[in-house]
Design a protein around this ligand. Structure first.
Ligand code: SAM
Length: 241
């Protein structure tokens, strides 16, 4: 049997109380993640308590920066979602959101497809492709209230990949695991060019741990100029300055 005591305690600190069904979904997520991880590279973290803390609690820490997710049926996109972080834990805890998960690796999308079916998740769209290629006006440009991304790229690159997806007035929130004063400074002009405005950052330690977390918040204040994002590969190879 799985012991969810610490998980429940951690989530209390975020004012999140899960139903039995949601707890079962998280357990099943853990099982599928570790099963599929035997045959494809999804995560280096496989211990039950570690997955709960470093993947699930960490993903849900978003409520510290964007509490609106509790009430709104917001349109949310997770860029470079990998095995579903942070998007899938957010969808389990806040089932009313409309979620898009995007990743350039086909095998990860296959896993997410199976996961969504097994967990019975509704209103989840999976996109296999590069972030640079789906931000066209005929695709997903400026359609989201919130774009999230964890462990994908530096802030300048990430802003070019993510801000085009966000509606004016919406937010891009980047999960960072260290202090990013220099990285933020280097990305300032890029964020401006892309129509964003740095709103601030929420820094904290994950509950009952020594894991530092920084949620860096950018508001979209103007439409992103058509020339962004540049062609696939350019944002990472030659970050905007
Ligand atoms: N967000 C997940 C997490 O925190 O566990 C996965 C992080 S993993 C280190 C980075 C992911 O970003 C990979 O799955 C990779 O395929 C994806 N990725 C990197 N660049 C991308 C791009 N330009 N467009 C779409 N996905 C991208």
């Amino acid at each position: 049997m799985y012991d969810l005591g610490q998980f429940r305690k951690d989530l209390q600190q975020f004012d999140i109380q899960l139903t039995q069904q949601q707890e079962n979904q998280f357990i099943r997520y853990f099982e599928l993640l570790t099963e599929w991880n035997e045959v494809m590279n999804l995560t280096a973290i496989t211990d039950f308590d570690d997955v709960l803390k470093k993947h699930f609690v960490d993903s849900l820490s978003l409520v510290r920066a964007w509490p609106q997710i509790r009430e709104r049926s917001a349109a949310v996109i997770d860029i470079g979602t990998g095995a579903g972080f942070p998007g899938v834990p957010l969808k389990i805890a806040f089932p009313q959101i409309r979620l898009t998960l995007l990743d350039s690796l086909q095998k990860r999308i296959r896993f997410l497809n199976e996961l969504s079916t097994e967990l019975g998740l509704q209103d989840v769209e999976l996109i296999h492709g590069r972030a640079e290629d789906y931000a066209a006006p005929s695709k997903k440009r400026e359609q989201y209230d919130l774009c999230v991304s964890r462990a994908v790229a530096n802030l300048s690159t990430l802003s070019e990949l993510c801000l085009p997806y966000v509606k004016e007035g919406g937010y891009f929130i980047s999960y960072k695991s260290e202090k990013i004063a220099e990285e933020a400074k280097a990305a300032e002009h890029a964020i401006f060019l892309l129509g964003g405005k740095i709103e601030g950052q929420k820094e904290f330690i994950l509950p009952d741990s020594d894991i530092y977390r920084n949620l860096f918040m950018i508001q979209k204040v103007r439409s992103t100029p058509k020339r962004f994002p540049r062609k696939a590969g350019a944002p990472a190879k030659d970050p905007l300055k």
